[in-house]
Design a protein around this ligand. Structure first.
Ligand SMILES: NC(=O)c1ccc[n+]([C@@H]2O[C@H](COP(=O)([O-])OP(=O)(O)OC[C@H]3O[C@@H](n4cnc5c(N)ncnc54)[C@H](OP(=O)(O)O)[C@@H]3O)[C@@H](O)[C@H]2O)c1
Length: 296
């Protein structure tokens, strides 16, 4: 039977509708959720990510302000901006768009964001809380993966989830999220990487396979078992002269080969991608709820 396609666009739209309701409820109490975005320079990819975040915020009623700083900004100048946002109560969330200029330490800037306002979930305090199972802003892409699974009817509870990739922004935090003794988690987790000997041996054991490697079509149909649920986080550009831009986007999984074997699969684009911005909006609304004394 052909795999069900798990649409990140549809799940994302459903979550944004819920978020609008939560933002409206906050406004009724006199609180408008606020997001401050720091954009340094004019890298086209960064500008397009920031534009998507501003558009998403407007859609659900979050007050959003993008602070545009020149590409020549010093670390000190960026820290001063973050400090201003940390102190300003109209911002519940702060996001510094990465990458930063090469003379600026991203770690230093991220660590300077107030943990309560760290809506990317990258601050070491939040990473520690995540591992301990304490309430905190969850890193957006892993949070989006879990929401996709749960809302598409493939809760990871009791399942063997094999994650390919151990980065600090996807693989590691996803493993930490899924191993928690909580609803929507409670999975048995295996994390694979380039040091894994015989990757197919592990991927074939997966009830749920998450690919986050940045390696185009590295996971093929013969590497999964019949009925596996496949979440493809990878976004890779491959040359394609037949496309107007000269390239197209593919995931880390061979979608065409897998779609008759998997029970469900996310497409690229249109799978995990749309969820990442939506979860940032979710973290902002949740931070506003916490600041207003509501929620966890
Ligand atoms: N859709 C979204 O919103 C979103 C968000 C974030 C990332 N992404 C995409 O997801 C992918 C991963 O991103 P990332 O930031 O996590 O990448 P990353 O920092 O480059 O990490 C890649 C991970 O995959 C492992 N890996 C790479 N090739 C492998 C192979 N052939 N076999 C086994 N493991 C392999 C690496 O192992 P080692 O640790 O041993 O090097 C590393 O742990 C990229 O395509 C990125 O564009 C998408």
């Amino acid at each position: 039977m052909p795999a069900t396609i798990i649409s990140g666009k549809e799940v994302s739209a459903e979550i944004r509708l819920e978020l609008k309701g939560r933002a409206d409820a906050l406004k009724a109490r006199g609180v408008t959720p606020g997001l401050g975005v720091v954009l340094v320079g004019e890298d086209p990819a960064s500008v397009s990510y920031v534009t998507a975040k501003a558009k998403g915020s407007a859609e659900i009623g979050i007050f959003e302000e993008t602070i545009r700083m020149p590409g020549t900004s010093t670390e000190e100048e960026i820290l001063v901006t973050v400090d201003r946002l940390n102190r300003d109560p109209k911002f519940n969330g702060i996001l510094v768009q990465l990458p930063l200029p090469k003379w600026v330490s991203s770690d230093k800037v991220i660590n300077f964001i107030s943990p309560e306002k760290d809506v990317d979930g990258f601050h070491p305090i939040n990473v520690g809380k995540l591992l301990r199972g304490e309430p905190c802003p969850l890193p957006c892409t892993p949070y989006g993966v879990v929401q996709l699974l749960v809302r598409a009817g493939h809760s990871p509870e009791g399942k063997h989830v094999v994650i390919c990739g151990r980065s600090n922004i996807v693989g590691k935090p996803l493993a930490a999220l899924l191993m928690q003794k909580k609803k929507g988690a409670n999975a048995t987790v295996t994390v694979c990487h380039t040091g894994t000997k015989d990757l197919p041996y592990f991927t074939r054991q997966a009830d749920i396979l998450v690919a986050a490697m940045g390696a185009p079509k590295a996971i093929t149909a013969d590497m999964i078992r019949e009925g596996c649920v496949v979440i493809d986080v990878g976004v890779n550009r491959v040359e394609d002269p037949s496309c107007p831009k000269g390239y197209r986007l593919v995931g880390d999984c061979d979608f065409e080969g897998m779609k008759e074997k998997a029970a469900a699969i996310t497409p690229v684009p249109g799978g995990v991608g749309p969820m990442t911005v939506t979860m940032l909006l979710m973290n902002t609304v949740e931070a506003a709820e916490r600041a207003a004394g509501l929620g966890s």
